[in-house]
Design a protein around this ligand. Structure first.
Ligand code: HEC
Ligand code: HEC
Ligand code: HEC
Ligand code: HEC
Ligand code: HEC
Length: 261
């Protein structure tokens, strides 16, 4: 019986840190209706929930005490106004905030410019990708033409990133240790995705050259690993071939030996 339960117990043990995140914020807001309860369900689907960033990490407050949870003395920030959102999200996303603040969008904040939540949403924030640049989202304030230029400027590098990701996955699946090379790709990808927030096509084009060099280096490492792999396969094949040939010769010798008798 205990043997059957073991995998379940291990699974529960692994889940415990997540369950321990069950804060008073989640408990009370989970039972609320409308605008007070909705964030809980939305947040559960988010990249933040998946990475352990909960209500109090964004809004502040004391997640362990019902009475003082939303006390400003406990660091509770409340819900930020439109123009305060970049600083609110930027506490953690420092690089993005910096690029955004210097951009045409950041400079137009308070004068019709979009902030983080306009493009990413507030509670159901998902993993970012180039798909966030689309007609529906980018034509709310101006023509799509500018957005399309930005998308073209970054799509080639995006494609290279995807291709390298696929190749590294393949190597990982056949048992190659890809930790180092994955790490290199991961940091290149993060640096590159930040760039979008400048919404400056010239800057993106200029930076793309540097990223192409970085990605080419990663591609070259993958080629080396692949060559080694196929060489190992060839040597393996050769050994098998030699064994077969050796076997045949041995049989022939035995046969002719028996025939001579
Ligand atoms: C005992 C229930 C309860 C707990 C615990 C609780 N909240 Fe609230 N929360 C409310 C209610 C009711 C409101 C609406 C009335 C108000 O603003 O005080 C609210 C409002 C809010 C708002 C909106 C404020 C605004 O300016 O519109 C945010 C954000 C919020 N809570 C976050 C949190 C966070 C983060 C925690 C945990 C640290 C938390 N809450 C804990 C009941 C609770
Ligand atoms: C990634 C940061 C982030 C997390 C995590 C987060 N919030 Fe929020 N929340 C915001 C922002 C930003 C706003 C401001 C509203 C806007 O601009 O859309 C907000 C607004 C709110 C409001 C006011 C909504 C309204 O319509 O007036 C409530 C209530 C709230 N959050 C509760 C929560 C609760 C409960 C959780 C946990 C389940 C949570 N938030 C998690 C960023 C966050
Ligand atoms: C005009 C729309 C828009 C605004 C405003 C915006 N973003 Fe983004 N964000 C995007 C797009 C599009 C991507 C994906 C770019 C890519 O895949 O190359 C992205 C990517 C990201 C990423 C992933 C890249 C990385 O560096 O990890 C984070 C985090 C992020 N945004 C946070 C923010 C924050 C915080 C703000 C506010 C300071 C903000 N964004 C404002 C559209 C926007
Ligand atoms: C308390 C810190 C914190 C705050 C505040 C915060 N985030 Fe995040 N965010 C994280 C962490 C941690 C991750 C997951 C790791 C990563 O991808 O960087 C993440 C991931 C993201 C991603 C996905 C990045 C990717 O790689 O695709 C986006 C987009 C994002 N956040 C946007 C926002 C927005 C918009 C706000 C404000 C409403 C916000 N964040 C506020 C910590 C935070
Ligand atoms: C909330 C309104 C709003 C949304 C949504 C919006 N923009 Fe903008 N955008 C502006 C404003 C305001 C400016 C600066 C003033 C101007 O040039 O019209 C601007 C300027 C730009 C520029 C010109 C930058 C420069 O340096 O000349 C580009 C490119 C751009 N936006 C791309 C995008 C993309 C891509 C999206 C969708 C992911 C988007 N915008 C969504 C309001 C918006």
């Amino acid at each position: 019986m205990i043997n059957k339960l073991l995998p379940l117990l291990v699974f529960l043990a692994l889940c415990t840190p997540v369950l321990a995140e069950d804060t008073v914020c989640l408990q009370c807001h989970g039972g609320q209706e409308g605008r007070l309860g909705a964030p809980v369900g939305l947040w559960k689907t988010s990249v933040h929930a998946a990475n352990g960033i909960s209500c109090h990490d964004c809004h502040g407050g004391d997640p362990t005490d019902f009475g003082t949870a939303m006390d400003p003395d406990k660091g509770f920030l409340g819900a930020p106004d439109y123009a305060d959102v970049p600083a609110f999200c930027g506490r953690c996303h420092l690089g993005v905030r910096e690029d955004y603040s210097g951009s045409a969008h950041g400079k137009a904040l308070g004068k019709g410019g979009p902030q983080c939540v306009v493009c990413h949403g507030n509670h159901a924030v998902q993993k970012a990708s180039i798909e966030l640049i689309n007609k529906e989202s980018c034509t709310r304030c101006h023509s799509y033409e500018r957005a399309a230029k930005v998308k073209t400027a970054i799509s080639q590098t995006e494609d290279s990133l995807k291709m390298l990701e696929g190749q590294i996955d393949e190597l990982h699946r056949v048992g190659i240790d890809t930790k180092k090379i994955s790490g290199q790709l991961f940091s290149s990808r993060n640096d590159f995705r930040r760039l979008f927030h400048t919404v400056d096509v010239e800057e993106m084009r200029a930076e793309t050259a540097g990223f192409t060099t970085r990605l080419d280096k990663i591609g070259a490492q993958i080629t080396v690993i692949k060559d080694e792999l196929s060489q190992r396969k060839m040597v393996g094949g050769l050994v098998v071939l030699l064994l077969i040939v050796g076997g045949c010769i041995a049989m022939l010798i035995r046969k002719s030996y028996h025939e001579e008798e």
